[in-house]
Design a binder for this molecule. Sequence first.
Ligand code: SF4
Length: 278
Amino acid sequence: MSNLDLFLAMEEGRPLPRAPNVSEVRTKVALPPSRLPGLDYALNPYVGCQHDCLYCYAPYVTKRPRSEWTNVLARTDLPLVLSREIKGKKGVIGLGTVTDPYQEAERHLLITRRCLMEIIPHGLKVSVLTKSDLILRDLELYRELPGEVGLTVTSISDALSREFEPGAPLPAKRLDALRQFSDAGINAYALVGPLLPVLEEKDAAELVDALVDTGIKWIMLDRFRSRPGMFHDIRSRCGGEIIGDRLESAHLRKDYKGLEAFIRKRCSETGLRCVDAF
Ligand code: SF4
């Protein structure tokens, strides 16, 4: 089934083919207020996330069991509910404040894309954050939206990415997406975060240099946010103690402030503006 057929199927209310571990859920509220700085509303097309990052703290915030996090609920009616709620609203919409709006399910379901099409005529700003180069599919829509496009890049190492973000596209694809948004004159930035417990200064230097090469003008720095039970869950999910123990002990020993200072210095030397996340 082509994307156009899928789009028509949704418009006409026909059943959709299902990707594994994806089911539909009804939307109660499309634009709840956001408590994140700089954002007025939160828009999340999916509950749960197929990127399955080891460090993800969203399940602990949303109180969804970590073991169910990759069983994704898709809000297929979100564009319709949004079209009713958005009238008269002003401000900034945070797209993907809890889960990734360009995780694999979006490739077929197009919920994020249809939401963007609803937002454009109303002129609200959109601040989107993703780990996927699938966002390039919607580059032309972002040309029409004021706001910012963020891609998370935690290292340039494929090995670290596979370990920490097993369901997400590799760093080179995210860097390429940043380059394309930057070349298109769109306000693009990289979220460098969370700082991985195993990241060394040489890795951070390579990362900053790679980000400078994309042409973006700024990055956002975020810390590793552990939650009670997170390392216990990592041990259970990785089928043993080795990864969980290694990460927890690296996290406890890590001099994050020193690493942050190193990254800020590298940014100022290379002309990249560096701001802190909330
Ligand atoms: S992309 Fe974000 S929401 Fe998805 S698993 Fe990773 S950290 Fe969690």
